[in-house]
Every structure is written in C-alpha cells, then in structure tokens.
Design a protein around this ligand. Sequence first.
Ligand code: NAD
Length: 489
Amino acid sequence: MAATTPFTIPFDTEPLCIGGVWRAAAAGQTLTLDNPSDGSALARIARGTAPDIDAAVAAAQAALDGDWGRLTAAERGRVLGAIGRKVLDNVELLARLEALDVGKPLAQGRVDAIALARYLEFYGGAADKVHGQTLPFQNGYTVLTLREPHGVTGHIVPWNYPMQIVGRSVGAALAMGNACVLKPAEEACLTVLAFARIAHEAGLPAGALNVVPGLGEEAGAALAAHPGVRHLSFTGSVATGKLIQAAAARNAVPVTLELGGKSPQIVFADADLDAALPSLVNAGLQNAGQTCSAASRILVERAVHAQVRERMAERYRALRIGPALADLDLGPLISKRQQGIVEHFLALGRDGGLALAAQGEIAADAPRGGFYVRPTLFDAVPADHPLAQQEIFGPVQVLIAFDGEAQALQIANGTAFGLVAGVWTRDGGRQLRMARSLKCGQVFVNNYGAGGGVELPFGGVKHSGHGREKGFEALYGFSTLKTVAIHHG
Ligand code: NAD
C-alpha cells in the first residue's frame, strides 16, 4: 500500500473527523499546538465542543445501525488488519509528526507507530476468536452466552503515547464491534488525526471512528457526560480520572481508568547487574520520564547500593538531551507547564537536602525556547519524601536503599499507586514471593516492560486505576455478556 500524505507541517487548521467527514468545529474555534523542541507554534487544530461531541456520538450510532454494525467479526478483523498494514507504510510520517508534536525522539516515535500497527494486527486477528459458551443447566434447557459490543464507546487519551494508547483502546473496541468517539489531548494530537485519515483510507466504514480534539473541560467533559455513550475508556491523570468516573456513574456506564504510577524497580544483591543496569535507567527516562509506567523509584538492597548508584550515575552523565528530530537519548517535555512542574520537584529535592547522584546535560545547541529539563538522579531518598511518593512525570529518578525482602515490599507497596513493578533477583523463590505480594497490575521479573507487550493485559490497582487494556483481556472489557436460556422441554 502507498504511504499517506495527510498534511504538511506547518499547516493551517487540521479539522476534526465525524462520520468520515473532515470538518471545522461547530463553533469555528481552533487550538494552537506548540513544538516542544523549540517552543514555537507548530499547528492549528479544530477545537471541538459539546455540539461536535453530539454529532460524533450520532455518527457512531448511525455506523452501528448501518455498514459498520452489519460487518461480521471476521470482516471487522480484516478491516483492522488493513489499517495496521497502512500504518506500517506510514511509520516515518507518524514518527516525524510525533517528534514535532510530542517532542519524542524519532526512534521512540517509530517504536510507537509500529506498536500502533501491532495493536491493529493483534485485535484484527482476535476479532473472530472471542465467543460465548454453552452452559450446563437443568434438563429441558439450553443456555448460552453471547459476547456483544457496548455500542458507542468514548475514548479520552493523553498526549504522552497517543499512538500506542489509541491502538490499544480503539483497536480492542473496534474489534468487538463498538463504534468509537475519540477525544485526543489538547497538547498533542497530530498522530491521532493522521491515524484517523489512514484508517479511513484503509477501508474503515464512516462513523466507526470519530475524532474530536478539544479541551478536556469542553469536548472531554461533554463526551464523558454524553448519555449516548455506553462505555468510557480514560487514560490520564488521577484527578481527571475521578471526574470521568463520576460522569460515568451519572449515566450508569462502565469505565476503564488507566491512571498514573510511581513504579519501583527492586534490585536485590544477587541480581545480574549488567542485565539490570540499562533497564534501571531507560525505563525511568523513556519519553523524558513522561510515561505512566516509568520506573521512577529504584529500590536497591544495601549491599549493592553504592555500586548501582555509581553505575547509574555514569549512564546519566553520558545522556544527551536535545530536539526531537536530532534523535538523541531524550527530547524535551511536552509543555512549559510540565517543565515548571518538574523544576518544582527538582527544587524540592535540592532545597530539601537530597543527595544529587548525577544529572545529564542538555545539548549546547538545543533551541533556547524548548522545554528541556536535565535528567536527574537523587540518592538515599526517604521513602515518604514527596519525590518518592508523587508522580513527577519527568526525567527524575530516586534511589532508595533497603534491607531484605520484607522492607523492599513495604517500600514498594507504600504509595497511593499500583501500576507496574520490576524485580531483579536470581532467586526463584523470591521471584514468586515478590510477584505475588506486590500490589500492582503488572510485575516484571529480570526485565521491565517486556518490550511493550501488546499481548499483556495492562492496568492498575489503587490510584493507578481499574479495568484492563491490552491483550485479550481488553476484549472482555469492550464487550458485554448476554445470557440466553432456552426452555425446550
Ligand atoms: P489529564 O488527565 O490532564 O488529561 C488526559 C485527557 O483527559 C486529555 O485528553 C484531556 O483533555 C482530558 N481531560 C482533562 N480534563 C477533563 C475533564 N474535565 N473531562 C474530560 N476529559 C478531560 O492527563 P495528562 O496530564 O494529559 O496525562 C498524564 C497522566 O496520564 C499521568 O498521570 C500519566 O501517568 C497518565 N497516563 C496513564 C497511562 C496508563 O495507561 N495507565 C498511560 C499514559 C498516561
């Protein structure tokens, strides 16, 4: 398939997509997106509001009642597969857009675009493999269950991994036969809009996916509150997640919340440190630390604490930070606001007397207007310090020393979050004890993140959220079960 050329940068105003038609926002308003690498205005997009959400929900319902709703599961799977192939043809375009819009180094943009394709392949292949059951029951009855779509599903996503999050959420929802209304983040959404164009070019029926960019309190709140939406999938902050759950409660609809984290990697003295070291740093600093599952706390058994600190510090000192298109180790943060938040945490560490283990350097030729922050490793941080408790969402990691398994667990589980944890040890019994006792949604033993793992159910406990996306599990969340009991005597 040929690559798509959806638009060039800079462009005038990128419209929203409702019922397969690209149009301006109903109120005619627009939003300006910044280029985080230099702080310049990058692009203008339509700023959708409640009337656009109304139109998008109506278009999604029409798709369910029309062409999209009539497709068999196998046909839906074929459409998703075709979209995935077209995404693969457009990896370079998508990576470049993501670099400009999110400030993500090109290499990471490529990883995200390929992951988007992989979600579509995975959910395309799974679409006709989710089925109900026949249940043993009383004589004279046949009882069966049917897996059915919710109907119109609402998807509200953040700016940090737009492609991956849209892939996992919209991919699973479409596979199950729902029709989606998607509200991307106001800070960055060019790849989401490009994806919508690619999907339609690849044969997605009109109305199956509608994209309405806009502000959270306008388009986002209107989508969360819309009575025509039968399921909400939200990825973002805890504060907004609570608002979404309250809105879902008012309409009595199910909601999946994928929220923040303060995830630990726990390094025992018997660990293979050569294997652990790259992951200890990379999993904390990927996407400049703006990752929900960022390993922002490194818990180290005291016997290897000094060694791990020195080896991590060495890596930090070699890090290069600069504009996304230069494709260095780290790019900028998403916005001036996010830069201010991270600098506040850095000041809190410095002024509170935390030991600075190491910092990376911003490239001398990085544009002055870019939203750069030096990656920073603090040492010997008390487990109850704000830097060890709160999600910073920037390139900041804390080292915490511990003595023995019990204390490691107590510290690891001792935050409001519970998203992901990593455990590094050669002791098989300890691997299992830790995996069972960690309070979180995913545990990785002698690795962290398993390379993204499209197939692996993902989600949190406590303030990290509830419900699962990714893997087969997501297909159950994006469908509802109907029981049919037939009395035939
Ligand atoms: P955010 O909550 O500010 O925004 C996320 C989305 O919600 C955006 O589209 C925004 O427009 C929308 N929104 C904001 N206010 C709204 C409202 N009142 N009603 C409806 N929608 C509204 O989050 P953020 O700062 O953009 O993203 C960072 C957060 O997302 C971090 O906490 C991070 O950990 C989390 N996150 C979680 C995952 C996960 O899978 N668990 C993945 C990525 C990011």
